[in-house]
Design a protein. Structure first.
Lengths: 535, 494, 168
């Protein structure tokens, strides 16, 4: 494969301006992430220490094989919710290597409200277990949660994708022979008790670990019975009397040691054989991505420059290089894994839609995973395009993409607006993983367009009602709309709501994609097949 | 050998010396019969012998000391001769007598010679009578008053010993008249306790003495050869651990004089067999008779290395009436040889004996090297037997080369799973005073500090740790059991 | 996950920093490139550390690993995080099933080693010797010979030996 030839001048003023801008953007992201990970009220940290508990991230570090990567997912979940009280949605999720096996780790965070589950915590756990199910990843639960956040119980408890879904997913995981291990460091109360209860293996720490449907206060209130935590659901009771947990551990380190040993017993089902080459670093420095991404979302850039900084050797086999040029399609390798890339270089026209649909079919034909690099303002609109069937051509692309049997991965690089989001494998389309760059914006349309549209609607309303159009009022409306809209367009808003699997630094994309692809290969490929394409 | 007077030899020993004797027997075309206790049924000497018989006893050592049983085994196996090796029954006059009475050939001296030399006093008297210098001394007595008076006549320092003793028990050095009486009383009581014989004797104590011994070979007809001297001054707990031949730093005149004295003694005794006459040598060149060992010595290989004479074969030939291997004039003295005794002991903790399992054994090989042992990988080292595991014997053109070769070979030798003195021996040989041949029997104590393990620098520590880490299965799994992508990316957090 | 190794009595930490293209280990914070980690198992093994070839004799025995490098013998044990005797769980010897005491082998105050017989019990026509789960001193024997007992009844309690480190 030929190397892409970059046309970027790294000395140019716009490159330098972009660089400065995006470094600020990334620094802001890193600061938010650092705070979500480590900034806690001192009293919460003191309480953990007094209980002899490690912070959850330390537990994870100890659990992981040394010198191996950990792909954390949704580190900024809930960052815009609950007044920022639930950093990372009080739950840590990621993919790492334990005893040589790729596993999904899901940890409660007892440093946030005793590990209470907020609605977004539940959403994050359900998503984590969906990931485990879709990719056949064994799950290790690090349990330490006070239970559902009672003030928000209506959002936590009853709905289809609420807490019950966690236990449903656990059961289905087990049915699919995807292993689960619970390490019980703290309390697993009420529904939370089912996490170890539904795990294939469980380890419980003596003294701090406890599992029960109702804790001592609830028992006292309900039946008048007075019982200690240890008696009710402590390590010795559960490992020697009830059989709810399997292994008692004398402390957290011991629990992790036992857990690692349990994982070491697991079989390693073969992955499906994705085409692979010897990995090669990109020929262009990924850090140059900062100079390529524009400092203004309205400025366009060549997605090939991005591809050149993500793929092995910056080598890219471009498919139909002269046709439908607003969608760049082609083959490349990421850390050796062969992938088919679809990247936006402008609005999707009829030709680019047809090219995209065809390329997706080729990749399915070839069992090549798909990577979507989104920077899309939408499908082209207007009379001519509708007459040429832009809707049915877009539909073909959506059909091909939706029905793909190969794993799909999406990176939100700069903007994702309108139906382009659908064709390019947005969140709704069951991509295995979806990552967002911190500069990215997402919405049904851009902020300016939304403000313009609403201002236009408002002005028409005024005219219809016989009022003169108040320019100042319209201006204020425009500004308010834009501000509110921009806020919702932000990557932070999206990731807070778990519309993605996390914001990542652009330079981390290559590793994140490779680890995601590697994880995806654990699940056997389903049978291929499509619905009806409209011609 | 058809015309040999005996063809079947019982080897009444075990371990490396049994293997050594069996080897000589095989090379001579004769048949060897090993004995073993049940605990050593699969030992090397059992495997290497042509035949093997189990002997029984309350302890393994007791079995090897059981004279009637050994004689019985010899009879039932049709052995015509018995080689006793060293230790066990090798210097037991009763055994030699029993062997003779059973009509078998004892590969050693006759019982009377063993008895004569086995008693320190009679040996000393005999030596003195035949012009072999002995240290001025007080004859043994249990009359402590008379003893003290006579001892004071000799002067100081004095060495007080148990008359029946050995191995340092009941031994003390007295430097002034005032402490003589107490020391004598103590020695007497220790002697009584350990040997059941309270007699003590005293002799002039030689400061910084060297231990020089002469290998002799007698035909029992009054003809005696000497195979030069050995230096065995490097001792811990009064036991040799490094021996050399020839002695270093010994003037040719003194060497000749010592050898002549040894020959004179052996001739007078009409000595038959290989034997060793031990002397103590003062820094002034004066030497005194210590004792005579009427058997093959542990350190005999260093003599073989410089003379080219196989002492075990010579022993057998002499016992068979075949006479001495060559005239005195043909006995060479080629280069230098050093023996190191490899013991299961902790040199850093007062040479405490150690036990364990030999998890790994690697023996260096070289044309100039003999590694005498009966070890097997997987073998247990127990407290049942002597802690000496093996002997590493090197030859060099000169002493410096022999030292370097020995250090190199010790470095390559690996006996893992039981603590040994291998590292310590290498430090002894590399010690500046040892290299300068400035040695005496107190050398190891004197150099104790210099012989401590040198501190490890970080680089050496880290190398050892890395090697150790890579030897742990769990650690290796942690390194190599990671999928390739994760291994390639390494530590990474997003 | 990090490893602590006791080398000749001194505890050290070894971390795996990197596996490719070369193994990189850190020993107490000092970084070393291991170009060749040598084969698995015991015996004479050649390693390459920081560009230098090192020959090691190695044997991983039941009581740790012995190794010999550059004419020096070392002893190493791998200390696994969290691993060690579990004292709390093992201070009480309880009846594993209902039965009767056939024989009591110890009295209060007896110093026992791990595995020492404490009580012989009989249940369902089968005699079982209950041994000490760890080294200790018998604090109290709660049953007498011939006595019957229920499952989980306390038979013997142990306490730590005085003057000895419970972890030793």
């Amino acid at each position: 494969m030929r190397r892409l030839q970059s046309k970027i001048n790294t000395g140019a003023a716009d490159f330098r301006a972009n660089m400065a801008h995006n470094r600020r953007v990334v620094a802001e992201f890193r600061a938010k992430q650092e705070a979500a990970r480590h900034l806690r009220p001192q009293r919460d940290m003191d309480r953990l220490e007094k209980q002899g508990k490690m912070p959850p991230r330390k537990r994870i570090e100890m659990l992981l094989d040394p010198g191996t990567p950990f792909l954390e997912l949704s580190s900024l979940a809930a960052n815009r919710d609950y007044d920022g009280e639930a950093p990372s949605a009080s739950s840590i999720v990621g993919i790492g290597t334990v005893s040589g096996r790729e596993v999904l780790i899901r940890a409660d965070d007892p440093s946030v409200k005793g590990g209470a589950w907020y609605p977004l915590t539940v959403k994050k756990i359900v998503r984590a277990l969906d990931i485990a199910m879709e990719n056949h990843l064994p799950v290790i639960h690090l349990c330490d949660s006070a239970g559902g956040f009672l003030q928000l119980q209506s959002e936590v408890f009853p709905d289809k994708y609420a807490a019950g879904r966690i236990f449903r997913n656990q059961s289905i995981l087990s049915k699919k022979r995807i292993k689960q291990l619970s390490l019980v460091f703290g309390h697993c109360t009420a529904g939370g008790a089912y996490i170890p209860g539904l795990s294939d293996y469980s380890v419980i720490v003596r003294g701090t670990g406890a599992v029960f449907l109702g804790g001592p206060p609830l028992v006292k209130a309900a039946t008048g019975e007075t019982v200690s935590v240890e008696e009710l659901g402590g390590a010795d009771m559960h490992t020697s009397v009830s059989g709810t947990c399997d292994y008692p551990a004398r402390d957290e380190a011991d629990a992790i040691r036992i857990g690692r040993e349990i994982v070491a017993q697991w079989d390693r089902p073969a992955k499906w054989a994705c085409q692979q080459e010897t990995p090669e670093d990109p020929a262009y420095d990924p850090a140059e991505l900062y100079g390529i991404l524009p400092d203004d979302i309205k400025k366009s850039f060549d997605m090939r420059e991005v591809i050149a900084r993500l793929v092995d050797g910056s080598r890219f086999h471009e498919y139909q290089p002269a046709y439908g040029t607003t969608l760049v399609c082609g083959y490349a390798n990421i850390w050796g894994y062969k992938v088919g890339i679809l990247a936006n270089n402008g609005v999707l026209f009829n030709e680019s839609s047809l090219k995209g649909a065809h390329f997706i079919e080729l990749c399915n034909q070839n069992n090549t995973p798909l990577v979507f690099l989104q920077n899309i303002t939408g499908y082209m609109i207007g009379r001519e395009y509708e007459r040429r069937g832009i809707t049915k051509d877009g539909a073909k692309m959506i059909m091909a993409q939706s029905c793909s049997h190969v794993p799909k991965f999406t990176v939100m690089c700069n903007g994702s607006f309108g139906a382009g989001n659908y064709g390019m494998c947005g969140r709704a389309f069951d991509g295995r993983f979806l990552f967002t760059w911190p500069n990215h914006q997402i919405g049904v349309m851009g902020g300016d367009q939304a403000a313009n549209t609403l201002a236009e609607v408002k002005a028409n309303q005024m005219r219809r009602n016989g009022h003169t159009v108040d320019a100042a009022e319209i201006e204020a409306l425009w500004k308010d709309t834009r501000r509110a809209y921009e806020d919702q367009l932000s990557a932070y808003y999206a990731t807070s709501q778990l519309w993605d699997d996390g914001i990542i630094d652009p330079v981390d994309t290559r590793n994140a994609l490779a680890l995601a692809i590697s994880a995806s290969l654990n699940a056997p490929l389903p049978d291929p097949g499509y619905g009806v394409f409209r011609f | 050998m058809k015309d040999y007077p005996f063809t079947r030899i019982l080897v009444a020993n075990r371990g490396e010396i049994a293997c050594r004797v069996i080897r000589a027997i095989r090379e001579m075309g004769l048949t060897s019969i090993a004995v073993h206790h049940a605990v050593e049924a699969s030992a090397r000497h059992v495997r290497e012998a042509d035949e093997a018989v189990e002997i029984t006893g309350d302890t393994p050592v007791a079995a090897h000391l059981d004279i009637p049983q050994l004689i019985a085994v010899a009879s039932t196996t049709g052995a015509q001769a018995i080689h006793p090796g060293y230790g066990f029954v090798s210097e037991n006059a009763g055994f030699a007598r029993a062997v003779a009475e059973a009509g078998l050939v004892f590969i050693g001296p006759d019982a009377d010679t063993i008895a004569l030399m086995g008693d320190k006093i009679s040996a000393r008297t005999f030596a003195e009578a035949h012009g072999v210098p002995v240290a001025p001394s007080v004859l043994p007595t249990d009359d402590l008053d008379a003893f003290a008076e006579a001892a004071a006549q000799i002067g100081f320092p004095l060495l007080i010993k148990a008359s029946a003793g050995g191995g340092g028990k009941g031994m003390s050095i007295v430097r002034e008249a005032s402490s003589l009486r107490d020391a004598a009383r103590l020695a007497a009581s220790e002697a009584k306790r350990y040997f059941g014989d309270g007699r003590v004797y005293a002799e002039l104590y030689v400061e910084r003495p060297r231990h020089i011994e002469v290998q002799v070979l007698g035909d029992g007809q009054g003809r005696v050869l000497h195979l030069h001297e050995r230096e065995c001054s490097v001792q811990r707990r009064f036991q040799k651990i490094v021996e050399e031949a020839p002695s270093s730093n010994l003037s040719p005149d003194v060497a000749a004089e010592i050898c002549a004295s040894a020959v004179r003694l052996a001739e007078a005794a009409k000595y038959r067999n290989a034997g060793t006459v031990e002397f103590i040598l003062g820094q002034d060149g004066r030497f005194f008779f210590l004792e005579m060992n009427t058997r093959l010595q542990v350190e005999h290989p260093v003599t073989e290395m410089i003379t080219g004479i196989d002492l075990v074969k010579a022993q057998i030939d002499v016992a068979a009436g075949r006479g001495l291997p060559c005239p005195q004039g043909e006995i060479g003295r080629n280069g230098h040889s050093i023996e190191c005794r490899i013991c299961a002991e902790n040199a850093d903790q007062d040479f405490r004996p150690e036990t364990g399992r030999i998890d790994f054994l690697h023996v260096p090989e070289a044309p100039w090297l003999r590694f005498e042992h009966a070890l097997d990988q997987g073998q247990r080292v127990t407290a049942d037997f002597d802690p000496m595991l093996a002997k590493l014997v090197v030859h060099g053109a000169d002493r410096a080369q022999a030292i370097d070769r020995a250090i190199g070979a010790l470095g390559e030798l690996s006996i893992l799973g039981v603590t040994t003195n291998v590292d310590y021996l290498a430090r002894v040989l590399d010690n500046a005073a040892f290299r300068a041949a400035d040695i005496h029997t107190g050398f190891l104590q004197e150099q104790a500090e210099a012989l401590l393990p040198p501190p490890m620098d970080d680089a050496a520590t880290d190398r050892a740790l890395i090697a150790a880490a890579l030897g742990f299965r769990d650690f290796r799994r942690m390194i190599f059991d990671v999928p390739p992508l994760q291994a390639a990316i390494g530590y990474w957090r997003n | 996950m990090s490893f602590r190794i006791l080398l000749d009595g001194v505890e050290r930490q070894v971390d795996i920093l990197q596996r490719r293209p070369h193994l990189v280990l850190s020993v107490d914070g000092r970084t070393h490139v291991v170009e060749d980690a040598g084969p698995d198992g015991d015996g004479l093994i050649d390693l390459t550390v920081a560009g230098q070839s090192v020959t090691v004799a190695r044997a991983d025995g039941t009581e740790g690993q012995s190794l010999r490098i550059a004419g020096r013998t070392h002893h190493a044990t791998l200390l696994v995080e969290g691993e060690g005797p579990d004292d709390a769980a093992e201070a009480e010897i309880r009846a594993p099933m209902p039965g009767a005491v056939v024989e009591i082998h110890v009295a209060a105050g007896a110093i026992v080693d791990r595995g020492a017989a404490l009580v012989t019990m009989e249940s369902m026509k089968l005699q079982t010797v209950l041994g000490a789960p760890r080294d200790g001193v018998v604090a109290e024997v709660h049953v007498t010979e011939g006595q019957t007992f229920d499952k989980d009844q306390l038979l013997v309690s142990l306490e730590a030996r005085e003057g000895t480190d419970a972890d030793a």
